[in-house]
Design a binder for this molecule. Sequence first.
Ligand SMILES: NC(=O)c1ccc[n+]([C@@H]2O[C@H](COP(=O)([O-])OP(=O)(O)OC[C@H]3O[C@@H](n4cnc5c(N)ncnc54)[C@H](O)[C@@H]3O)[C@@H](O)[C@H]2O)c1
Length: 267
Amino acid sequence: MRIHKKIALITGAARGIGAATTRLFHQEGAMVIISDIRDEEGYKLRDELKDRTEYLHLDVKEENDWKSAIDQIISSYGRLDILVNNAGITGFLESTGPWDAENTDLQSWEEVFRVNSTGVMLGCKYGIQAMKSHGGSIINISSRSGVVGIPGAVAYAASKAAVRNHSKSVALYCAEQGYKIRCNSVHPAAIMTPMWDDMLGEGEQRMQIIKEIEYGIPMGHFGEPMDVAYGILYLASDESKYVTGIELTIDGGILAGSEAKPRNQNS
Ligand SMILES: NC(=O)c1ccc[n+]([C@@H]2O[C@H](COP(=O)([O-])OP(=O)(O)OC[C@H]3O[C@@H](n4cnc5c(N)ncnc54)[C@H](O)[C@@H]3O)[C@@H](O)[C@H]2O)c1
């Protein structure tokens, strides 16, 4: 019961890391507002959890959706304590690319930024307004790609870097204003969710690509959505009451080192 009776809103919560976080928050006693654009999957998750949950359609790139979601939460529950800005896209499915720095097109770039960066900015804006009288915790889901460059996914990487930096601005702004709102970013990598499906393909090819990726992960395997959910829970709970503006990396050790590591060929 680490977040007993807290009111939590999670974006992109119908599947993957958002759904795992919803389940964990629910287990830890929170009232969880599941939001997404995948209405069918969102309602299914709500029906599975039954009590202390509701589903709201919230497209994070639409300011009007944010206004009405927050209005609805305040009128139903009187406050918002936790906001997890989790919704994100690689862009690989949503637009045609290409995705490298030399050839990427404006439309693909803007689509990814609109969801990943503008969506988080809007969430923080309305989250702060909803929380400032009583305090709260905002957790923004960035990525390992928000810290290092990804030559084959430039829009994704740059949009996640914007999330990393904006989280720090939000943290400092709230502290300056004397609002009791903390804001932190979480940086997952290689977590097995449906986001990977189009990148991995199917059958034999999928197994081969998974093997190649796992070779580059120091711990040797993909993480699970719950591995990230537990980190988010810590930042959401009062256990982290002195923690703001940090980056919590959950990546099996990927960011701890470098691919070009010096090696003793004799060992
Ligand atoms: N899985 C990983 O390895 C990994 C690594 C680094 C970062 N992340 C980040 O974690 C977050 C969750 O990713 P995931 O792996 O669970 O992906 P996922 O694709 O399984 O889930 C993302 C969810 O976001 C929702 N969504 C997409 N666009 C939306 C919009 N405009 N408004 C509201 N919801 C929208 C989708 O419908 C989906 O339910 C994302 O921000 C992602 O970038 C994931």
